[in-house]
Design a binder for this molecule. Structure first.
Ligand code: ADP
Length: 482
C-alpha cells in the first residue's frame, strides 16, 4: 500500500511510465547515448595518455641531446660554459620545468631555479642513473621527472654526472580540461537532440497501436458495427484480420442469442395461446355441457404438459451448455449402459409398434458421463421411434476400435430431407413443425444430444434418405480427453 501511495505521489501519471511508448523512448535514448558516452570516455583517456607519453619522449630526447653536449664539452669540469648553461635554462623554460645537473659527488652543480646549487642530492633515481640506468616517472596530474646520465666524450662511457629534469604537465592538463568540457557540451547537446528524436520515433512506432485502440473503442461504442482496418504495418494488418474474425464470431453469437430468445418466447407462448383460446371459448359459452368442459380441460392439461416439457428441455440445454468442462466421468460398461436405455424405451416402441434391436460386436468399457450420454442416446432412439411408421424398426449398434466407441442408431422411418440435415442440431429446428408438435417434440432434443457428445470430445453424424430411414452415428473417445 505504501508503495502504491509513493507511486501515486511521485508518479501521478504512472500509466505513461508503463506504456510501450515510454519503453521504446528509453531504449532508443539509451542505444544512442551509452555508446557515445563510452566512446568519449575512451577517447579522452587515450588522448591524455598519448599526450603524456609524447611529452615524456620530447623531454627525454632533449635531455639526451643536452647530456651528449654536456659530455662532449666536458661541462662537469668546466661549468662556466655560458652557452650550455643558457641552453639548460632554455630547455627548462620550454617545458615549464626545472633541470638539475649533479656531479659524481652527488652535489648539485646547476639548478635552473638557482635554489639548490651546492646541495647534495641522494635520490634513488640519481643513484640508479649513476649506475647507467635512465629513469622516468610521471607524478599524476603534476609533472614528469626523469634522469639521464652524462657520460664522457667519445668511447668513454663512464657516468660523470646526471641530468635530473622535470617537466610540468599543467598546460597539458589545461588542454585536456578544455577538450573534456568541449566533449561534455557536445554530449549534452547530442543527448537532448537524441531525446527529442526518441520521443518522435517512439510516437511514430506506437501510432498504429493507438489507431487500433481508438478504432476498437469506436467499434465497441457503435455496438460492434464495422470492421477493424488498420493497415499501417504487417503486424497491425494481421491483428486486424484476427480481430475481425473474432468480431464475426461475436456477431454470429449475438445473432444466435437473439434468435434463441425469440424462439424461446415463441415456443413458450404457443401453448399459452392455445390455453387462452380454450379457456375463452369455455367462458363465452354459458351453460356449456360438462363433457365439453372435460374435453377442453383435457386439452389445457396437455398444453400445460407441453409447456413443462419445453421448459425442462430448455433447462437441460442451458445446464449442459454451461457445464462443457464439468463432466462427471466414470468408467462404464457401454453395452450394459445402452441396454439399460433401450429397456426403458422399449414400452414406447411397443406402443408405436416399432421393433427395437440392439447389436453389439464387442464389449466396450469407456470413461463417460452416464447421465449426459444417457440423455443423448435416449433422444436419438426416441426420435427414431417417433419419426417411424407402424411396423418399422430401430437398430442400435455398438462397435469400437482402440481409441473410440461408435454407436449407430438406424431407423426405417420417414427420413430427413437433404436440405434440412444441416439444421437439425439447431435449437427449435423441426423439419415438420406441426407433425413434431403433434408427437410432442420441442426441437431441442438433438441440440441437447450434440452438446453432450461435444462435451465428451466426440462427434455426431447423420445420413438420411426420405421415405427410407435415418442413421445417426456417434463417436466418443474411450478415454476421456480433458
Ligand atoms: P424434436 O423434439 O422435434 O424431435 P429434435 O431436436 O430431437 O426435436 O429433432 C429435430 C428435428 O429433426 C425433428 O423435429 C425431426 O423433424 C427431425 N428428426 C430427428 N430425428 C429424426 C429421425 N430419426 N427421423 C426423421 N426425422 C428426425
Amino acid at each position: 500500500m505504501f508503495k502504491g501511495i509513493l507511486k501515486e505521489r511521485f508518479f501521478p501519471n504512472a500509466k505513461f511510465f508503463r506504456s510501450l511508448n515510454f519503453r521504446i523512448m528509453v531504449i532508443l535514448f539509451l542505444i544512442g547515448t551509452i555508446p557515445a558516452l563510452i566512446l568519449s570516455v575512451a577517447f579522452l583517456s587515450a588522448y591524455r595518455e598519448q599526450s603524456i607519453t609524447r611529452l615524456g619522449n620530447d623531454v627525454s630526447n632533449q635531455c639526451q641531446i643536452l647530456a651528449t653536449q654536456l659530455g662532449s664539452a666536458n661541462y662537469l669540469d668546466n661549468p662556466n660554459n655560458e652557452t650550455l648553461t643558457g641552453e639548460l635554462a632554455q630547455v627548462a623554460m620550454l617545458y615549464d620545468g626545472r633541470i638539475l645537473i649533479i656531479d659524481q659527488n652527488f652535489h648539485i652543480m646547476v639548478d635552473t631555479y638557482a635554489l639548490e646549487e651546492g646541495r647534495t642530492m641522494l635520490a634513488e633515481e640519481v643513484i640508479r642513473c649513476f649506475k647507467g640506468e635512465s629513469t622516468s616517472h610521471y607524478v599524476s596530474g603534476r609533472f614528469i621527472e626523469m634522469t639521464v646520465p652524462i657520460t664522457g666524450s667519445g668511447e668513454d662511457k663512464t657516468v660523470n654526472g646526471v641530468i635530473l629534469a622535470s617537466a610540468s604537465t599543467d598546460s597539458l592538463n589545461a588542454r585536456f580540461e578544455d577538450l573534456r568540457n568541449f566533449t561534455e557540451i557536445w554530449l549534452a547537446a547530442g543527448s537532448i537532440c537524441l531525446l527529442a528524436l526518441a520521443v518522435l520515433l517512439s510516437n511514430w512506432l506506437v501510432k498504429p497501436l493507438r489507431h487500433m485502440n481508438k478504432f476498437i473503442g469506436d467499434l465497441v461504442e457503435g455496438a460492434l458495427d464495422g470492421d477493424l482496418d488498420i493497415r499501417d504495418c504487417t503486424e497491425t494488418e494481421n491483428i486486424s484480420n484476427t480481430f475481425n474474425s473474432l468480431l464475426a464470431k461475436l456477431r454470429l453469437m449475438e445473432e444466435s442469442r437473439q434468435e434463441f430468445v425469440s424462439n424461446v418466447s415463441h415456443e413458450l407462448k404457443t401453448p399459452l395461446a392455445s390455453m387462452k383460446v380454450l379457456a375463452d371459448s369455455l367462458l363465452v359459452q354459458e351453460g356449456a355441457p360438462v363433457e365439453l368442459y372435460q374435453e377442453f380441460m383435457q386439452d389445457i392439461a396437455e398444453e400445460i404438459d407441453r409447456e413443462n416439457t419445453i421448459i425442462s428441455d430448455l433447462l437441460t440445454l442451458v445446464k449442459t451448455d454451461r457445464k462443457v468442462t464439468g463432466l462427471n466421468v466414470e468408467v462404464t460398461d457401454v453395452n450394459a449402459f445402452l441396454e439399460q436405455i433401450l429397456k426403458r424405451l422399449r414400452p414406447i416402441a411397443e406402443k408405436e409398434n416399432v421393433e427395437l434391436v440392439f447389436e453389439s460386436n464387442r464389449s466396450v468399457s469407456a470413461e463417460i458421463d452416464v447421465t449426459r450420454l444417457s440423455l443423448a442416446f435416449s433422444n436419438l432412439v426416441e426420435n427414431a421411434v417417433k419419426y417411424n411408421h407402424e411396423n418399422g424398426w430401430v437398430r442400435v449398434s455398438l462397435d469400437a476400435d482402440h481409441k473410440f466407441f461408435y454407436v449407430k442408431v438406424s431407423d426405417s422411418g420417414m427420413g430427413i430431407p437433404q436440405e434440412s440435415l444441416d439444421y437439425i442440431f439447431e435449437r427449435f429446428y423441426r423439419v415438420d413443425k406441426s407433425h413434431s408438435r403433434e408427437i410432442g417434440g420441442t426441437g431441442l432434443g438433438l441440440a441437447i444430444t450434440r452438446s453432450a457428445v461435444v462435451a465428451h470430445r466426440g462427434a455426431i453424424r447423420v445420413q438420411s434418405t426420405v421415405g427410407e430411414g435415418t442413421v445417426f452415428t456417434v463417436r466418443i473417445p474411450i478415454r476421456y480427453i480433458t
